[in-house]
Write a protein that binds this ligand. Structure first.
Ligand code: C2E
Ligand code: MG
Ligand code: MG
Length: 639
């Protein structure tokens, strides 16, 4: 290696770089024979000399030039070499004389990119002080050389000095260092740094190139229970296992790449985490197939120096358009999905689900905006008819709360009631629901003075019973709205009243004594202890929708309907209803969706029905229209 090259460290894939230093000199002569770019590959070595005599180099300076360890040539204003020293000859594998008259730009490839070519011409013309660039050239014996080329004016001469420093070993060393920096020593796979570099490059390329699919896919893999291997068998066995896993993953990637132009990139992201990156992916199917193949490949036991062990992995799979995707965004999605795969039971792959993700994110956002939302009046009530099974008339309605969220739109209670219970805002929200529903029930009553009034059923969360004076709230609300206690029903879940003693039981008793109805909501999903319930002041059982679902098949032929639905459900429900009746409770069936279900429920003695068959939850005006109608759903003939 000759000379001491300077400048920024080039990267491994940088084939050529031009560093031009703009210092404007003066020039009057415009070279004519510099030769425009030819596009021909650069070739070192001697070529035909067009007969231009080499510039004689007299005296000591000439001797110094000839003997200098740095490869140099004097180039005239036309761009032709007039003299070359021994080092240049040695570097490029020819006698120094053989270079005379040759086009300097061809020798070290100065014409293949426009910027360098322009800068070179400017130096030749004396308008620029210096040009420096890195080039890869071919030695006549076939091997490649990395050289740093400098072109600078020779003071007082109509010529420039071209110097060529061999930086091949430095480049090689840099490449080797980079490889070390970018690869994991245990598995020899690309490491996290290289993975992110490739990912970023792939995203950029996909966004600009039109040739590919414009998509990107990622399998983010974590070994299940790897920590235990490390802890019990030691790090050496752990490392061996990781290397063996890496090998299998690489094989999977190779096989996946067979049919395609590109093989997925396999990387170790750290610990027991690996990633397979698929550039230009074709859709989720492709990634699912890859994930499946990986799980398959890891299934066979590992033989590690006499230790035989089995292993499984969890994989988060993300596949999406590259446009609008950032490396961090993709990794976050993959991380979340991997977490789901673990939470769903490990040893599986899971596909990213935007809805599940939105749910996770909005839970956070909802929790923080819940409290002020009550004050801001962002909640509204819908009402769903409770219909007499006997004549199809509306007897009451259940009040169901909705949140008109400014950001997420209308939210159903399943999204926020749990949160409201957690942070205690259910007390304030519940009070608002109670007052609003009672006021509305009274409004209907006043609007339809000639018709029997309908009752309103209000859901009450456990925490409302414990953390607020529910009895006082109800009494005050009834007094303020003028609603009769018999027109209010409170719905509590089984779990809220089971084991009730002390305060909740006293509250229930006081409410019942007031004349307010108590219903057990979603009955059948919890303890289903009817004997116990009968001792509480409960008047209504609301059978959970899961019972009714067993009655789903519609058929004119009752025998066929029996055969296709779950007969056990019918038997259980019938027994439940009979028992409830004997204990003095009336029964409401939830989620009645078909007339076949209604017919059968009526047949086994159910008193009231609620569900889409009669009406979805609707605004108060709509209920006004339904009140007093002969039958929301005219009762069909006997089953
Ligand atoms: P829930 O009390 O069991 O209310 C019945 C739920 O079933 C309602 O869902 C209703 O829209 C739905 N539903 C009605 N008919 C059908 C049907 O035919 N098929 C099906 N598949 N579903 C039907 P919604 O409105 O989403 O309410 C969900 C739960 O949120 C309620 O279940 C109740 O536990 C709770 N909730 C609603 N409003 C309030 C409230 O003001 N306070 C409290 N604490 N909880 C409430
Ligand atoms: Mg309810
Ligand atoms: Mg219910």
């Amino acid at each position: 290696m000759s000379g001491t090259p300077e400048g920024p460290a080039p990267t491994a894939d940088l084939v050529r770089s031009a560093v031009t230093e703009s210092h404007h000199g003066t020039s009057d002569g415009v070279p004519t024979a510099v030769r425009p770019p030819t596009g021909a590959p650069p070739a070192a070595g001697p070529g035909p000399s067009p007969g231009a005599p080499p510039v004689p180099s007299p005296g000591t300076s000439g001797a110094a030039f000839a003997a200098a360890p740095l490869a140099m040539a004097v180039v005239d204003r036309e761009g032709l070499i007039s003299a070359a020293n021994d080092s240049l000859g040695a570097l490029l594998g020819a006698a120094p004389d053989a270079f005379a008259g040759r086009i300097a730009a061809d020798l070290v490839d100065l014409s293949s990119d426009a910027r360098t070519w322009h800068a070179y011409r400017e130096v030749l013309r004396g308008r620029q002080a210096r040009l420096r660039c890195t080039r890869r050239i071919k030695h006549p014996d076939g091997h490649s050389l990395w050289v740093q080329v400098t072109v600078s004016p020779l003071p007082g001469e109509e010529a420039v000095l071209l110097s060529v420093a061999d930086i091949s070993s430095r480049r090689e060393l840099q490449a080797r260092l980079r490889h070390l920096q970018m690869h994991d020593p245990v598995t020899r796979l690309p490491n996290r740094t290289l993975f992110f570099e490739r990912l970023t490059a792939a995203l950029e390329a996909a966004a600009y190139e039109e040739s590919g699919t414009g998509r990107i896919g990622l399998c983010y893999l974590d070994l299940d229970g790897f920590k235990a291997v490390n802890d019990t068998l030691g790090h050496r066995v752990g490392d061996r296992l990781l290397a063996a896993v890496a090998e299998r993953l690489t094989r999977c990637a190779d096989q996946a790449g067979y049919a395609r132009t590109a093989t997925p990139l396999v990387a170790r992201l750290g610990g027991d985490e690996f990633a397979l990156l698929v550039d230009d992916s074709t859709g989720t199917d492709q990634l699912a197939e890859l994930a499946e193949a990986v799980l398959d490949a890891l299934q066979a036991p590992f033989d590690l120096a006499g230790q035989r062990m089995s292993l499984s992995a969890s994989i988060g799979v993300v596949e999406r358009r590259a446009a609008g995707t950032s490396a961090t965004g993709l990794m976050q999605a993959a991380d979340t999905t991997l977490y789901w795969a673990k939470a769903d039971g490990k040893a599986r792959w899971t596909l990213f689900d935007p809805e599940r993700n939105a749910h996770r994110m909005t839970r956070q956002a909802l929790a923080s905006t819940l409290r002020p939302a009550v004050d801001r009046g962002e909640f509204a009530l819908e009402y769903q008819p409770l219909v007499s099974m006997e004549d199809g008339g509306v007897r009451g309605v259940e009040a169901l709360v909705r949140w008109n969220h400014p950001q997420f739109g209308v939210l159903t209670p399943n999204r926020f009631i749990g949160l409201a219970e957690e942070d205690g805002s259910i007390v304030q929200l519940g009070r608002w629901v109670l007052v609003t529903a009672c006021r509305q029930a009274r409004r209907w009553q006043l609007d339809h003075p000639d018709l029997p009034p309908i009752f309103v059923s209000v859901n009450v969360a456990v925490r409302q019973v414990w953390d607020s004076d529910l009895v006082a709230d109800v009494a005050q609300t009834l007094a303020e709205t003028g609603l009769a206690p018999q027109l209010l029903q409170l719905e509590l879940t089984e779990s809220a009243v089971m084991g009730s003693a002390g305060r909740p039981l006293q509250a229930l008793q006081a409410l019942s004594d007031m004349g307010v109805g108590i219903a057990i909501d979603d009955f059948g999903t919890g303890y289903s202890n009817l004997a116990y319930l009968s001792r509480l002041p409960v008047s209504v059982l609301k059978l959970d929708g899961s019972f009714v679902r067993g009655f789903q098949y519609e058929s004119r032929d009752a025998a066929e309907a029996d055969a296709r639905s779950n007969p056990a459900d019918a038997v259980i429900v019938e027994a439940l209803i009979q028992l409830a009746h004997r204990l003095g409770l009336s029964v409401t069936a939830e989620c009645v969706e078909t007339s076949a279900q209604a017919t059968r429920l009526r047949g086994i003695g159910c008193d009231t029905g609620q569900g889409w068959l009669y009406s979805r939850p609707v605004a108060p005006d709509r209920i006004s229209e339904l009140i007093g109608r002969p039958g929301v759903q005219a009762p069909a003939g006997n089953p």
